[in-house]
Design a protein around this ligand. Structure first.
Ligand SMILES: [Zn+2]
Length: 273
């Protein structure tokens, strides 16, 4: 996190917690508690820059208050910080085993979810169609707004599985989409964001929704399979890119094993698109 972002976060947080208008001298005090030294003049200029961005509103000579835009910005910064912490943790903690486990998990999803989508196109009730569309819309909304979208993404997949009205499919999907797999879905999320792929994923959900709404089972199945293939591809590319993982013996061995998906593997699809 850059110093600029840190100062902004501390300033907005202090404003959010303050009982009344906040002045430059109070901001200087709080920043110095975080080992950031600013002169009062600089702090004053900084606060005026927040006014100009619409994040704060001056109250005479008393100081300023946080605006609604300021609160929204603070929420974004909190999410960014959390994601930053998670990425840092994951970069440190993600072993080749984790990434391989994630890929294994995605191959199970690849086997199950296209079939679930096909059944959903045939069997979903009107309410289920509406719910699937609503969660896909909320997913796009969060992705575009830069807010936390992981939950909406998983919810989408859960709803599609449930709308299959196939107990076995629903049971397997509830296992692969289980919250206890959370470290793996967080890893998937961080890898997607890092690759800038989360926008495309949100739009792929839209394609699946349209096929389900139009009751086109084959189209739903194909769209879901392409979506999961894209998830797999992004994770595989990540594994090749991260040097820590390249040097690992485990990866070398796995790469020599062509047994992930016997037919139509993602790799062969990439070779002959
Ligand atoms: Zn998805």
């Amino acid at each position: 996190v850059s110093d600029q972002t840190r100062i902004e976060h501390i300033a907005l947080e202090t404003l959010a917690c303050a009982d009344g208008p906040l002045g430059a001298s109070r901001l200087v005090e709080v920043l110095s508690q975080h080992d950031i030294d600013l002169s009062e003049a600089t702090a004053g200029r900084y606060l005026r820059s927040l006014d100009r961005r619409g994040l704060t509103r001056p109250i005479g000579k008393l100081g300023r208050l946080l605006t609604e835009e300021g609160r929204t910005r603070l929420k974004q910064l909190e999410i960014l910080q959390r994601q930053g912490e998670q990425s840092a943790l994951l970069v440190g903690a993600a072993t080749p085993v984790d990434v391989d486990e994630l890929i294994d998990l995605l191959y199970v999803r690849r086997a199950v979810e296209p079939e679930a989508a096909r059944h959903a196109a045939l069997r979903a009730t009107d309410q289920e169609r509406d719910a699937i569309r609503a969660v896909a819309d909320s997913h796009i909304h969060h992705v575009m707004g830069g807010t936390d979208h992981a939950e909406a993404a998983i919810d989408f997949h859960r709803l599609v599985a449930r709308a299959s009205h196939n107990k076995m499919l629903t049971a397997v999907a509830s296992l692969t989409l289980d919250p206890s797999n959370n470290p793996l879905s967080t890893l998937l999320d961080v890898i997607s964001i890092e690759a800038g792929a989360h926008f495309a994923f949100a739009h792929e959900h839209r394609d699946i929704v349209e096929a389900i709404i139009a009751r086109q089972p084959h189209r739903a199945e194909v769209a879901m399979r392409e979506h999961v293939d894209d998830l797999i591809r992004v994770v595989q590319e990540y594994r090749k890119r991260v040097p820590l993982l390249e040097t690992s013996m485990a990866i070398t061995m796995v790469d020599q094993m062509p047994a992930f998906a016997p037919e139509a593997s993602v790799d062969s699809r990439l070779v002959s698109p």
